[in-house]
Design a protein around this ligand. Structure first.
Ligand SMILES: [Zn+2]
Length: 135
């Protein structure tokens, strides 16, 4: 928790109870969160526009990444290595978005010789949770 407060301070963001809770949830999870999903993780009683402002503020400071889903909705995810290109997986049954392992560095070196306009790597299908539940 203290480390997270330091991380925010380094980016010039004041630590508040809610900012720290949001960041803690993002850091502890491999999943990407929409504003609604973040609110649910926080217990559902927070102000949605405040959560939106916190997430977009973290994104503006480069702390978290943003993923545009196939539904056009925005989701936010914490990536420890900010330069890695990380494919994501979207479940077409429950709508969850999770991050797959980052691409190997040899691949990134190769791709960095080109100028990238777009690096959206999204796999879709049925996630392991839904497969287990057999819905
Ligand atoms: Zn699913």
């Amino acid at each position: 928790m203290e480390d997270l407060a330091v991380l925010l301070k380094q980016r010039g963001i004041r630590s508040t109870r809610l900012r720290l809770k949001v960041l803690q949830i993002l850091v502890a999870s491999k999943n990407a969160f929409s504003t609604t999903e973040m609110n649910t993780s926080l217990g559902g009683s927070e102000d949605r526009s405040t959560i939106y402002r916190i997430l977009s503020g973290f994104y503006a400071e480069g702390i978290i990444e943003r993923i545009v889903g196939v539904d056009g909705g925005l989701r936010y995810v914490y990536l420890p290595q900010s330069l890695s290109i990380q494919p994501s997986f979207r479940c077409s049954k429950c709508g969850s978005v999770s991050c797959l392992s980052p691409l190997p560095s040899s691949y990134l070196e190769e791709i960095q010789r080109h100028h990238l306009d777009n690096a959206v790597l999204v796999f879709s299908g049925t996630c392991s949770d839904c497969l287990r539940k057999r819905v």
